[in-house]
Design a protein around this ligand. Sequence first.
Ligand SMILES: NC(=O)c1ccc[n+]([C@@H]2O[C@H](COP(=O)([O-])OP(=O)(O)OC[C@H]3O[C@@H](n4cnc5c(N)ncnc54)[C@H](O)[C@@H]3O)[C@@H](O)[C@H]2O)c1
Length: 300
Amino acid sequence: MKVLVTGGAGFIGSHIVDLLIDEGYQPVVVDNLSTGNLGFLHEKVPFYKENITSSNLEAIFAKERPDIVIHHAAQVDVSQSIQNPYDDAVSNIIGTIQLLDCCIKFKVKKFIYASSCAVYGDAGDLSINEGYPIQPISFYGISKYTPELYIKRFQQLYGLTYTILRYANVYGPRQTPKGEGGVVSIFREQLKDNKQPIIFGDGQQTRDFVYVKDVARANILALKKGQNEIFNIGCNTKTNINDLFKLMNTMTKKQLLPKYKPQRKEDIRFSQLNNNKATQLLGWKPKYDLTSGLEDTIFD
Ligand SMILES: NC(=O)c1ccc[n+]([C@@H]2O[C@H](COP(=O)([O-])OP(=O)(O)OC[C@H]3O[C@@H](n4cnc5c(N)ncnc54)[C@H](O)[C@@H]3O)[C@@H](O)[C@H]2O)c1
């Protein structure tokens, strides 16, 4: 079965491609390499350096005829979305619409979309499920949510089956110290270089950290299950940034002290995703807790 992975040269996408190969699928990758890295990609995977907003996309679909599309290409930097909401929207909204059009034209059987906990905005210090009100506070949150509406409507109008995965904060090997979930990779770099890490705000803000290999497995399960459903993909745990830093300091045997800077307006305060629905309908549960995931990440 042929699976086209957009953003497949990126952090999460490249782990999905690796798992697709292990499981006997045929991945094909479209990525403009704006943040991706060809070095992450298995050498035998057909690769198209292309923007998902390009008019060349249709020719790629015509040539490759994918059975399933896993869509991960996106502008992923929350601060960047505040500085340049237009480019963020073009990549994340218009790019997704163009992909959906191609899916209909070339009779793709399923569309799997990487959404984000950013769609919920500030939910309070609660574990939230998929029915929680959508209140994004960044343009990134808006541009990740709007495609969900298009995907649902494409399903209703044209029968394109979908699964939407709303990720918590993903971390793991190959993550660059940028983007929305990058705090682990930022601390990792700073600890490695003995540079004083910066924490925005008081460090009491919480995140639900989920390991990238668990996220890749959720995508593989979604190839066959979870039809026309939305799932939170997180560990249903909360870790505050001060505790994360202390843990990484200890694991790397460093004794660095963080420097505190003012909180950023676009940052949510709390995040914790209830994953019961993914467990029940996808058969997905995270296999890595934070310590085991960090061991793989720090010592990679
Ligand atoms: N990392 C997280 O914590 C997290 C959390 C929630 C959701 N997500 C979503 O997961 C997906 C992957 O994120 P990631 O963390 O791996 O980031 P990433 O930057 O490593 O991956 C994105 C990939 O998409 C490519 N890309 C970007 N814009 C493109 C375009 N217009 N056309 C073609 N390729 C393009 C980049 O070159 C990169 O390889 C994104 O959709 C992101 O919104 C990530």
